[in-house]
Design a protein around this ligand. Structure first.
Ligand code: PMP
Length: 361
């Protein structure tokens, strides 16, 4: 059976060369006589794998020395709690930009630990666009500003980094990290679940500026949710997700071989532009998102005649174009176009959509 074009929002398509390398090393990693899955996380071999992965990520993102990279578990969802448990000190408050379902979840979780304040966005624009810089209203006394650069479900993405002044900016980059160049210095803390642009599910990446690694915000913060503990123990306070960490390292090196984040950005921009051009040129398909807020990673669209949706999805499936159904909370379609989705996948999708319109339009 051949491989399909998998447009899933995550867990998502991984680069084929990475899968092939992992397969070739599955039983015997580089002469060790064992699989990476079977290694002690504290042994020499895995330590080398872990160090090499972090070094590749640091090169890719040009991460400054005063930032720590943490390899955690719990998904981005755990970060919705871990961020306030570490940064939302008693009496303080955190600013949130609300651009959809994931920002709302992060905000609701933080509200369990302290005061949260809406600094922009919200439901009033129907989540069809991100706020403009002049619509943002930050509290200069906030402990941090949290936002979601790319809303995976709505397909709404910031094309700029908000200016939070001296207040640390915290970003849930789950579905946009590594999709293009990024200036890490603009952020206090970046987090991302791995299962889109990094690797398999089970690994969560945190990039955090050293000065934010103090005592946790509350004495009740569990050790396993204390950033400092991970930073002090090279992310090995307890057993890390070793196999996912190893694959992430392979993905980072694959990105480097492909030309790094600049090349990724150009390719991703081209991929998204092809799909949006088709949506804009047609009355048969619709994009619910404002032009300046359209996601490069998760393109959402609907059929003007919703009754055709089932046939659209069925035809796509049988053409090897999988997982185009939108999130159950919003409906419609969603094509996730992460780094590992080849341009040929987008070309095949566009061709299928043109043909479907020709037959049913
Ligand atoms: N934030 C964003 C932007 C996401 O896309 C997702 C997952 N789709 C999450 C958070 C939750 O991630 P996890 O399932 O890894 O906890």
């Amino acid at each position: 059976m051949g491989r399909v074009f998998n447009f899933s929002s995550g867990p998502a398509v991984l680069p084929q060369p990475v899968l092939e390398k992992v397969q070739s090393e599955l039983l015997d990693w580089q002469g060790s006589g064992m699989s990476v899955m079977e290694m002690s996380h504290r042994g020499e071999d895995f330590t080398a794998i872990a160090t090499r992965a972090e070094a590749a990520l640091r090169r890719l993102l040009d991460i400054p020395d005063d930032y720590r990279v943490l390899f955690l578990q719990g998904g981005a969802t755990a970060q919705f709690s871990m961020v306030p448990m570490n940064l939302l000190r008693e009496g303080g408050s955190a600013d949130f930009i609300d651009t959809g379902i994931w920002s709302r979840k992060a905000m609701a979780e933080a509200a369990r630990y302290g005061r949260v304040r809406l600094a922009g966005g919200g439901e009033r624009n129907g989540y069809a666009r991100v706020p403009t810089p002049d619509e943002l209203d930050f509290d200069p006394a906030a402990l941090y500003v949290h936002y979601t650069p790319n809303e995976t479900i709505g397909g709404v993405e910031f094309s700029y980094v908000p200016d939070s002044g001296s207040v640390p900016l915290v970003a849930d980059m789950s579905s946009t990290i590594l999709s293009r160049p990024l200036d890490v210095r603009r952020f206090g803390l970046i987090y991302a679940g791995a299962q889109k642009n990094i690797g398999p599910a089970g690994l969560t990446l945190v990039i955090v500026r050293e000065d934010l690694l103090g005592e946790p915000a509350t004495a009740a913060t569990p050790t396993v949710f204390d950033y400092r503990v991970y930073a002090d123990n090279a992310s090995m306070y307890n057993t890390p997700p070793t196999f996912a960490w190893y694959i992430a390292g392979e993905v980072f090196e694959w990105i480097e071989r492909e030309g790094g984040l600049k090349a990724m950005g150009e390719r991703n921009h081209r991929k998204a532009a092809k799909l949006y051009a088709l949506l804009d040129a047609s009355d048969f398909y619709r994009s619910p998102v404002a032009v300046d807020s359209r996601s490069w990673m998760n393109a959402t669209f609907t059929l003007a005649d919703e009754a055709l949706s089932a046939a659209f999805l069925e035809g796509a499936e049988s053409s090897g174009l999988k997982n185009l159904k939108g999130h159950r909370s919003v409906g419609g379609m969603r094509a996730s176009l992460y780094n590992a989705m080849p341009e040929a996948g987008v070309d095949a999708l566009v061709e299928y959509m043109r043909e479907f319109e020709r037959v049913h339009g």
